[in-house]
Write a protein that binds this ligand. Structure first.
Ligand code: ADP
Length: 474
C-alpha cells in the first residue's frame, strides 16, 4: 500500500473507533433503560394489585358485618368516587351469573372469565389478570376473589395512569437516547482524533522521508503514552537508517577511491607499455605488475564480501572444537620469519592447550590480521607479543601487543571501520579492511575486539572469545 494514497473516510480508524464507542455506549444505555423500565412497570403493577386486594378485603369485611345490600351500595359509591371510567365492581354467584354491579357503561367489553371463576371455586383465594380493551389503548387489571360464602367479587381498575407514565417514559427515553448517542459520537470522535493524531504525525514524517528527507523526525509530545513510544521508536529507527545510509555512502566513496588507484595504475602501465614498450622483457614486467594489481583488487573485493557476509550472518562460523593455543603457536611460527626480517622480536606466550568452539579458518584470519599489523606498524628493534589466557568460565582472552607507532586517540574510534587507515600508516601497504574483518569475525563468535594504545609507545589488541557457542547469551 502506498503511503501517499489517502485513507478513505469510511475506512478510517477514527470513524471505526467512533462507531465502536457510540455503539457500545448505545447498547449499555439501552440495557440500563430497559432495567429501569422493568423496575418501574413492576412497581406500578404491584401497587395496582395491592389496591385491588385491599378493596377485596374491605368488601369481604363489610359483607360479613352488614350483608349484601351494604356492599352493593359501597360498590356504587366507590366507583363514583374514584371515577366510573377508572374502576368497576361486579358481584357474581359461583355459577358466574352477575347479581349486582357498579355502573358498567364504560366496561361493556369486560366479560366474565370462566377459568378464573373455576380457579376460585377450586380453592384459589384470588386470580388477577390483565385485559386489553377494544375501545381504548388502556389496559385493565382485574381481580377475582371470593369475598363471602357464595359471593365472588370481580373488581377492575383501569391502567390509564400506568400507560401514561410508560408513554411519557418512552418519550423521555427516546429523546435522551438521541441526545446521549449524539454526545457519545462527539466524545468518541474527539477521543479517536486525539489518539490517531499521533499516528498521523508518524505517517506524515514517513511520507516526507519517502520523499527523500531523512533528517525529519516525528515530534515527541512527552506524554509517555503509546504514541510517544511509537514516535520515539520510529525516530530511533530513523537515526539508525540515517547512520546506515551515511555509512553506505562513505563506504561507496571509499570503495570507489580504493579501487580507483589500482585501476589507474593498471591503465598507466598499459599505456606506457603501448607507447614506449619495445622489448618482450618490458611487456613481461608490465604483465607481472598487472597481475599483482589485479590480485590486490581481488583481495580487496574478497575481504569486503567476507566482512559483509560475516556481519550479515550469512557466513556463519563452524562450531568445531579447536585448540586455540596450537593455532596461535602456528601463527607465530608463520610470522616469525617476517618479524626477523624486520628485526622485531616475536614472543608467543600460550598455554599447553586451549580448547574452544569456533571456526579455525576465521580465527586464523583474525589472528593473522592482528599479527600482520603489529609487525607492520612496529619499527625495527621493537617487540611483538602474543598471549593467550583463560579462566574457568570467563571468555578466552587473546592479546597482540606491540611496541610500535601507536594509534592516536582521534583514530582509535575509527580504526575498525571499513577502509579507515591512520595517517601515519599510509606509507605501509594495506587496504584498511583488516580490522573490520577481525571485528566481524570476533562478533560472529559472540566475542569482541578492543584496543588500548599510546602513540609512539605501542598498542594492545584484546580479543575476547567465548569458550562455547552452544548457549547464546540472552
Ligand atoms: P590496514 O592495516 O590495511 O591499514 P587495518 O584495518 O588492519 O588496515 O587497520 C586500520 C588502521 O588501524 C591502520 O591503517 C592503522 O592506522 C591502525 N592500526 C592497526 N593496527 C595497528 C597497530 N598495531 N599499531 C598502530 N596502528 C595500527
Amino acid at each position: 500500500m502506498s503511503l501517499k494514497k489517502p485513507i478513505r473516510f469510511r475506512n478510517s480508524l477514527t470513524l471505526r473507533l467512533t462507531l465502536w464507542y457510540t455503539g457500545i455506549f448505545a447498547v449499555f444505555s439501552v440495557v440500563a433503560f430497559f432495567l429501569f423500565y422493568t423496575l418501574i412497570t413492576s412497581v406500578i403493577q404491584e401497587k395496582t394489585d395491592q389496591d385491588l386486594l385491599n378493596q377485596a378485603g374491605q368488601f369481604s369485611a363489610v359483607l360479613a358485618q352488614q350483608g349484601i345490600e351494604a356492599i352493593e351500595g359501597i360498590a356504587v359509591f366507590e366507583a363514583q368516587a374514584a371515577g366510573e371510567k377508572k374502576v368497576f365492581f361486579r358481584f357474581l354467584y359461583p355459577n358466574g351469573q352477575v347479581f349486582s354491579s357498579s355502573n358498567m357503561n364504560y366496561w361493556k367489553d369486560i366479560s366474565i372469565n370462566k377459568d378464573a371463576i373455576a380457579q376460585i371455586l377450586g380453592g384459589d383465594r384470588r386470580v388477577i389478570e390483565t385485559v386489553s380493551l377494544a375501545v381504548s389503548r388502556n389496559q385493565v387489571r382485574i381481580l377475582y376473589a371470593m369475598i363471602g360464602p357464595g359471593v365472588i367479587l370481580q373488581v377492575g381498575q383501569s391502567m390509564e395512569n400506568y400507560t401514561r407514565i410508560i408513554e411519557a417514559f418512552k418519550g423521555v427515553f427516546l429523546a435522551t437516547m438521541v441526545l446521549l448517542i449524539a454526545l457519545a459520537a462527539g466524545i468518541g470522535w474527539f477521543m479517536a482524533r486525539r489518539a490517531v493524531s499521533g499516528v498521523e504525525a508518524v505517517t506524515l514524517t514517513a511520507q516526507s522521508i519517502s520523499g527523500g528527507t531523512l533528517e525529519k523526525r516525528v515530534p515527541v509530545k512527552n506524554r509517555g503514552d503509546e504514541i510517544d513510544q511509537l514516535a520515539v521508536t520510529f525516530n530511533q529507527m530513523l537515526d539508525r537508517i540515517q547512520s546506515l545510509v551515511a555509512e553506505i555512502r562513505q563506504m561507496g566513496d571509499d570503495i570507489a577511491h580504493d579501487l580507483k588507484s589500482p585501476l589507474t595504475r593498471i591503465r598507466g602501465m598499459a599505456e606506457i607499455a603501448l607507447t614506449t614498450g619495445k622489448s618482450l622483457n618490458e611487456y613481461e614486467t608490465m604483465a607481472a605488475s598487472v597481475i599483482e594489481e589485479c590480485d590486490l583488487l581481488q583481495d580487496i573485493i574478497n575481504t569486503m564480501l567476507m566482512i559483509s557476509r560475516t556481519e550479515a550472518g550469512v557466513e556463519k562460523p563452524s562450531r568445531k572444537r579447536i585448540d586455540l593455543a596450537k593455532l596461535v603457536k602456528d601463527g607465530c611460527d608463520l610470522f616469525g620469519a617476517t618479524a626477523e626480517d624486520r628485526n622485531i622480536t616475536l614472543f608467543c606466550d600460550v598455554p599447553e592447550e586451549c580448547i574452544i568452539q569456533g571456526d579455525a579458518r576465521m580465527i586464523q584470519r583474525l589472528l593473522f590480521n592482528l599479527l600482520d599489523n603489529a609487525i607492520k606498524y612496529t619499527p625495527a628493534a621493537g617487540v611483538v607479543k602474543v598471549s593467550l589466557s583463560r579462566n574457568d568460565k570467563s571468555p578466552v582472552v587473546l592479546k597482540v601487543e606491540d611496541t610500535g607507532i601507536g594509534i592516536s586517540p582521534v583514530d582509535i574510534p575509527r580504526i575498525f571501520e571499513r577502509f579507515y587507515r591512520g595517517d601515519k600508516s599510509r606509507s605501509e601497504s594495506g587496504s584498511g579492511l583488516g580490522l573490520s574483518l577481525a571485528r566481524a569475525i570476533a562478533r560472529a563468535h559472540r566475542g569482541d575486539i578492543n584496543v588500548e594504545s599510546v602513540v609512539n609507545k605501542g598498542s594492545v589488541f584484546i580479543v575476547n572469545l567465548p569458550v562455547s557457542l552452544e548457549n547464546p547469551p540472552e
